[in-house]
Ligand binder design. Structure first.
Ligand code: UTP
Length: 408
């Protein structure tokens, strides 16, 4: 993209100030800025005008889960079907690791965080160790796709190389980058990080499938035979990935999606709750839970909205291709955005100073017609690390690891 084209694109979105320092830049910096302008999707900025969104929810009704007793009663059959699919490489695992992990507050990617006490135990190591259990059981490596972003790609790849992939088969691992979105002030003007760099942040985990497609990672998955893709978050150090029983249950259910869920610890627990919305599977966020929804009971007298999602979903690949062009709801999130002020000084704000734009993977569930909520024991499979201390923290995850006999 040349200067004139860049100028035209920016003016279309009211972002002419991005080129304010252009004449001061070196040739290399000019080129880098023009390339960033070319690659940045400024159309998302329109959502800053209505940050709370205008998404009107449909009619919410309960969606029962396949609960642990039912799973145990069918475990043998589920595992057989799951193992067969895993051996045929029909299942690919997709680690969503493009986030900034701001709450944890480490300069390194979250996967590099060391939760060990007497020895090194990195978050990524825990995930790979969990996958190795399945690899050892089925005798084949599960194709693993790791989504990173511009902000953490180099470090993540280097770390995996240095750690020799924690013993995983390197040829079965492929990295791909997600897209970035511009970060803006409250007036919808993009922040500049430096005179030649727009402030951007990863555009949420909702674009993972599109990014897999655009980067060629999806082709690789298909070449290997993957018909299903299981996405999972980087920070749950206990989750089972490509777990044969979950895979088998989902495949046999005939549903387009399987979602691991846990019984909520309390009706107002801060997890999204799987339900139906106008008959389609959907997730009600904890802040959307009304007193009526929290108090509703099912025919057994149990809470009707009792199952929280843990960001572990198995999707049928063909179905994702069908809906890939559907627009996902845009989430406008208030955040602290580092920027360069008028005097060219770098500012690291202590309080939120603008918006970032994200689409979310949970919204994909709503785009598909059917979903199997599959209950897992929260003490065995849900140890998310969002913060250093307190709820969902390094501390709480360490306790849960201990409970499960994992040495730290
Ligand atoms: P979170 O929202 O918990 O992670 O995303 P975060 O954005 O890294 O954390 P904070 O809010 O800044 O503290 C859940 C999962 O989705 C991934 C994260 O890496 C995590 O595994 N994610 C999130 C992406 O892959 N890309 C994104 O743009 C955002």
């Amino acid at each position: 993209m040349n200067f004139e084209e860049a100028k035209k694109k920016l003016e279309k979105y009211g972002q002419g100030h991005v080129l304010a320092y252009y004449d001061e830049l070196t040739e290399e910096q000019k080129e880098s800025l023009l390339q960033q302008i070319d690659e940045t999707d400024f159309s998302v900025i329109k959502y800053a005008a209505n940050p709370s969104g205008s998404q009107v929810r449909g009619k919410i009704s309960p969606l029962g889960a396949m609960e642990i007793p039912q799973i145990e009663a069918n475990r043998k059959q589920f595992e057989e079907v799951g193992l067969e699919a895993l051996r045929a490489r029909k299942i690919g695992a997709v680690l969503l690791a493009g986030g900034m992990g701001t709450r944890l507050g480490s300069d390194d990617p979250k996967c590099m965080y060391n939760i060990g006490i007497t020895k090194d135990v990195y978050i990524m190591q825990r995930l790979i160790e969990n996958m190795m259990d399945v690899v050892n059981e089925c005798g084949v490596y599960i194709p693993l796709f790791i989504m990173t972003s511009d902000k953490n790609h180099e470090k993540t790849v280097r770390f995996m190389e240095e750690m020799d992939y924690f013993g995983y088969d390197k040829d079965m691992v492929r990295f791909f980058k997600q897209d970035m979105a511009p970060a803006v002030d409250y007036n919808g003007k993009v922040y500049m990080e430096t005179k030649y760099r727009i402030a951007t942040s990863p555009n949420g985990n909702g674009g993972w499938f599109l990014s897999m497609m655009n980067t060629g990672a999806l082709n690789r998955a298909k070449e290997l035979g993957c018909e299903w893709l299981e996405i999972f978050a980087v920070d749950n150090v206990l989750q089972r990935i490509a777990d044969p029983c979950f895979v088998g249950a989902t495949l046999l259910s005939g549903c387009a999606t399987g979602a691991k869920v846990v019984k909520k610890a309390a009706p107002d627990e801060k997890v999204g709750c799987l339900c139906l919305e106008d008959g389609m599977p959907s997730i009600v966020e904890y802040y959307e839970m009304t007193p009526e929804l929290m108090e509703a009971k099912d025919e057994r007298g149990e809470p009707a909205y009792n199952f929280g999602v843990i960001l572990n979903y198995l999707f049928r690949e063909k179905d994702l291709e069908r809906i890939v062009n559907n627009e996902l709801p845009m989430h406008v999130v208030e955040k602290k955005i580092p920027y360069m002020d008028k005097d060219g000084q770098e500012v690291k704000p202590g309080t939120p100073n603008g918006y970032k734009f994200e689409t979310l993977a949970v919204d994909l569930v709503n785009a598909l017609e059917t979903c199997l909520p599959y209950e897992v024991d929260r003490n065995r499979e849900f140890a998310p690390i969002k913060n250093k201390t307190g709820i969902d923290s390094v501390e709480s995850a360490r306790e849960l690891c201990k409970l499960n006999g994992i040495e730290l």
